[in-house]
Ligand binder design. Structure first.
Ligand SMILES: *Cc1c(COP(=O)(O)O)cnc(C)c1O
Length: 551
């Protein structure tokens, strides 16, 4: 008898840099989960959409104005289409759904198949052929149709392929229509569906949860599920997909301890667990550190716990590996942006989706102080990040950063890399000296780029939120910006404390340590490599999912 599989459903999965089926952290996490699944030999399959036209490619004008362009890719060049076809009734039409198959392979022989659903099929109406084109494109209706293909089409495709499923894992609410398909299969038994489903929520803000008016749901899905049942499970006023997933999952998880607490406040009637996120060790470790770890800790990529002995690695080896990664980054930035960055200057990396709560521009809160720091010692900053096409505040923030870069050019060199993707992320999280993250707490559910940085000896300097609350030891693994989110501080005062910390620690601790106490600096790098990767890796995360959520 075939092993029953864990089926991992996600709107985005970052399979490879040039397979544009991801937009950011959620997709990268999904990819890392499946890469760990392959490394650990877990019986898993992934399900996502083919997103033939990608999310978007970001271009920035000289003034930092963002323009968006389609980023098409051709699945037929990289993967095979499977012969099965399933149908999903959407807006009164039977939409044909096909699937591409890609295997995520581990060097140790493990493999996780991923099905990429595609409605660009002969016989479908032109409108329906577009359903799987744009990741997160279009309006509510478009999104709901995509979610119907993902959840309902995905479950049917696995069934058509003869794949027996032990547990369905819904990565974020986008996948939760899957649970309705299961409800229909199991005669409306909520208990049965709960025994089959696990759900991970990733959002901290109410508005981040997908919600649809019931009339739209009716138009798109018809009477797939009786109205009263749908309202009972997914909300009276709107269909809230997070609520739906919570009501139909036997195991609900937030992505960090703080995020668990926030989620339980948003959904007080649900028990939410916390399996803190991790990143895939091999994927996020740069060449020079892979070589260093291979020399000292063979097997580290499967067992990152081995890095607890980084202390024994000579400081020069750590510094040489870092210099190599940093040189590679600086050369790349100078070529791409004609930025004139220096190899020896303290380099701060900042990269994330640009949106108000992430406060990508907090570094510029007090320009006079920033100028003073830059006048005394060379400091340079490399930014990257896309704003969602509809996020006008985010777009304005990029233009502001460009403006600051021009105004500060004599004191601090600042470059902004276009079109943040996995490749740029790999260069940045390895080549910076300091990784800066300044979200507005408690809105960062987890964040993962700081974990990637630690695998490369890059030191975190961040607001206490998400994973950093768990990984931070002040002055040992890096530095905090501002008070703990549990400290009752009025918002304005909190911001003031954050801004003060940001400049004070930069000026009085980080810059001097980097330039005048190099041994101490390398000590901090080693502490990060020793104390962060052994826990914040996706193997540990997946083992916990196996024990607590899947079996
Ligand atoms: C890791 C990664 C992210 C997520 O980083 P956060 O710290 O969660 O913001 C986003 N985009 C890309 C391309 C990444 O590699």
């Amino acid at each position: 008898m075939a092993t029953r599989q864990v089926a991992y459903f996600s709107m985005e999965i970052a399979i490879a840099n040039d397979v544009y089926t991801y937009s950011g952290g959620l997709g990268v996490l999904a990819g890392d989960s499946l890469r760990s699944g392959a490394d650990l030999g877990l019986p898993m399959v992934g399900v996502t959409l083919v997103s033939r036209k990608g999310h978007f490619r970001q271009e920035l004008t000289r003034e930092g104005r963002q323009t968006e362009h389609p980023s098409p890719w051709d699945p037929s060049r990289r993967m095979q289409m499977v012969p099965e076809e399933v149908r999903v009734r959407i807006q009164g039409r039977d939409v044909r759904v096909r699937a591409w198959l890609h295997a995520i392979k581990s060097p140790n022989g493990g493999s996780v198949p991923v099905y990429l659903l595609d409605t660009d099929v002969e016989g479908n109406a032109p409108e329906d052929r577009e359903i799987t084109s744009y990741l997160y494109g279009g309006d509510d209706r478009y999104r709901l149709k995509q979610e119907a293909v993902l959840g309902i089409g995905g479950a049917r495709m696995l069934e058509a392929r003869g794949i027996e499923v032990r547990k369905y894992h819904m990565n974020e609410g986008h996948a939760s229509l899957l649970a309705l398909e299961l409800l229909n299969r199991h005669g409306g038994s909520v208990e049965k569906v709960k025994s089959l489903c696990a759900f991970t929520t990733h959002t901290t803000v109410e508005a981040g949860h997908d919600r649809f008016p019931h009339c739209l749901v009716k138009e798109v899905l018809g009477d797939f599920v009786p109205d009263d049942l749908l309202k009972r499970l997914g909300g009276e006023d709107f269909l809230n997909l997070t609520l739906l997933a919570m009501n139909l999952s036997g195991y609900v998880n937030g992505v960090a301890k703080m995020h668990r607490d926030v989620s339980m406040q948003l959904f007080p009637n649900h028990e939410v667990h916390a399996i803190t996120n991790g990143v895939h060790p091999y994927t996020w470790t740069c060449e020079s550190f892979r070589r260093l770890y291979d020399r000292h800790f063979p097997g580290w990529a499967y067992e990152p716990e081995l890095l607890v002995k980084v202390d024994e690695v000579p400081a020069e080896e750590v510094w040489d590996a870092h210099r190599e990664a940093k040189t590679r980054l600086i050369d790349y930035v100078n070529r791409a942006k004609d930025a004139d960055l220096e190899y020896d200057a303290l380099t701060i990396g900042v990269a994330r989706r640009v949106t108000e709560y992430k406060r990508t521009n907090l570094l510029f809160a007090d320009l006079a102080r920033l100028r003073k720091i830059g006048r005394n010692s060379p400091v340079q900053v490399v930014f990257a990040g896309k704003a969602h096409p509809q996020d006008f505040n985010g777009k304005r923030m990029i233009e502001e950063i460009y403006g600051h870069a021009r105004a500060l050019k004599d004191e601090i060199r600042i470059a902004y890399l276009e079109n943040y993707d996995m490749d740029i992320a790999s260069r940045l999280v390895a080549g910076a000296d300091v990784w800066l993250n300044t979200p507005s707490p408690p809105k960062e559910a987890s964040g993962t780029s700081g974990m990637k940085a630690a695998f490369n000896g890059v030191v975190n300097f961040s607001v206490l939120d998400g994973w950093w609350i768990e990984g931070w030891v002040e002055g040992v693994t890096g530095w905090a910006i501002g008070p703990h989110p549990r400290e009752a501080v009025p918002p304005e005062e909190r911001k003031e404390m954050e801004v003060n910390d940001l400049y004070d620690k930069l000026e009085y601790i980080i810059v001097p340590k980097y330039y005048y106490e190099r041994d101490e600096w390398i000590r901090t790098m080693k502490n990060s490599m020793e104390k962060i990767p052994f826990f914040f890796n996706s193997h540990r995360m997946m083992r916990r999912y196996v024990v607590e959520a899947y079996f």
